[in-house]
Structure formats: C-alpha cells, structure tokens
Design a protein around this ligand. Sequence first.
Ligand SMILES: [Mn+2]
Length: 300
Amino acid sequence: MVQSFLEMPSGRGAWFESAGENFAGLRKRTAPPLRPRHSHRTIFISDTHLGTRGCKAEALADFLMHNECSTLFLVGDIVDGWQLKRRWYWNAAQSRVVAEILAKADNGTRVIFVPGNHDEFARHYAGRLFAGVEIADEIVHETADGRRLLVLHGDRFDGVIMCAKWLAYVGDWAYGIALRWNDLLFAVRKQLGLPYWSLSAWLKHKVKNAVEYISRFEEAVAAEAAKRGVDGVVCGHIHHAEIRQIGDVLYLNDGDWVESCSALVEDARGNLEILRWATPSQRNPSQAPAEAAVPALIPA
Ligand SMILES: [Mn+2]
C-alpha cells in the first residue's frame, strides 16, 4: 500500500507533497513495533550511570521494554551517586528506565541490584528489599545448566579506588586539570607509593595501558572467582563487554550503557551471550553501535 502510493506517476506529486505530512503521521501511528519482544532466563546489565548526561537512557528503556526475563541483575553503577552530588541530570528517558525496571519487578521478574562504586550508598542496604528490588553486595547465580556464577560489580579489583579514593574522585571530575599538573601528581603518587594516580584520567589517554588494564582487571576478577570455587564470574565496572575463559573460570562482563549499550543474557538452556542494542532511531540493525576495542571511559 505504501509502496504503491510512493510509486505513483510524478504528475500527482503536488497532491502527494501536500498530503505528505499527514500521511507520515498516519504511518507513524499505525506502524508495528520496531522490534519483537525477546525472552531470556536472565539479563545482566550494569554501568547505566543514570543521573548523568552520558547515560544512553533512550536505548536502555527500549531494551528493557523489548526484553523479558525471569531474573534481572543490575550489576552496579546503575545510578551515578558521585555525579548526582555535583550536578543533577535527569530526563524523561531516565524516568522510563526506572519505570521499566519497577514494572518488571511488579510483573514477577526477580530484580537484584548489586551496587557498584558510583552507587555504593546502596551497599549499606544489602540484604534489604526496596520497591521489589533485592539489594546484595554480591550473589551467586546458578545457570539453567547448573553452573555457578559469582555476580559482583568489580570495583574492588581497581587499585586506585581501593587504595586512595580521593584520587579516584580527582580522576572522575577533574582529569583535565590533573593532566596539566601531571608531573606534580606523579611526584605525589610516587611518595604515596601508589601504582596508579588516576585510571579514569590517565588510561583514557593511554590506549596501550588501557588494554593492559582491562586484561589485568579480567585476570584479577577471574582469580578471585577461582579462589571462591565458582564456575564463572559476572561483573561490569570497566565498560568492556566480554565473555572469555580464563583458566577454569568463565569471565563475563556485561558492558555498559554510556557507550556500547550492551547486556549479558542467558537463555533457557543456560547459554550466555552479549547483546548490543541500537537506539530506537537506529532502525537498521546493521547500524548497531560497533564494539569499541577500548572503552573511552575507564572505569566509571
Ligand atoms: Mn564502576
């Protein structure tokens, strides 16, 4: 029907142009949903950074709307507490994200929030239930095929955040200034005996080091999982989605929603895969955001 109108002889173009606006409106209203709904056993998302401009909330709300699951894991840095202390940023899409998550909890999905470093305020409430959302510092998830996966955010493996929190703050909000004072900070860092002075500032501009950091992070997380005797580990934090066997441990990172718009999903048989979700305006699946070799923001 649409095609036949568009293919009309050019002599009727004037009529078509004048009606074009209404016709476009009609198409918009009657168009079927852009995507079907997908069902998963489990969905893992993290590093959504709600409360910041960087949050790709429109894509995330769209993802949540079109993907159902029995269990939803929110693997940290869901709300950006550090950012909210400085400058509040909120929009309708971010409200939709919250509404979609709560709707899932209302409709029988088990929603488990494992706080990260940006929403660590929620760690005080581990073991409690808010609006149908369970809060846990870390938790073991059993897959459909019986594998045990340790779920945690991953910031505890980040030397800077563990050893010198104020340095991480500097890296987070003033890396431009910090870079100008590079030499001085280096001297201070040396005196404090710290291996890094700011990952989010320094590594952002040092691609080689970022690659090294990612692999060291992955190995540290996997080593902890091996020590705990689990089959695998699910984390976030470094904004780098990955499924990788490291020794006896399956390392899984669910990525982020400030750059790659990625999620980790488990199907009914226990198969795990990373999904990348295009924003609603990117209707062509081939226009889905490409996997970045190195995230621009580490860690966040
Ligand atoms: Mn983090």
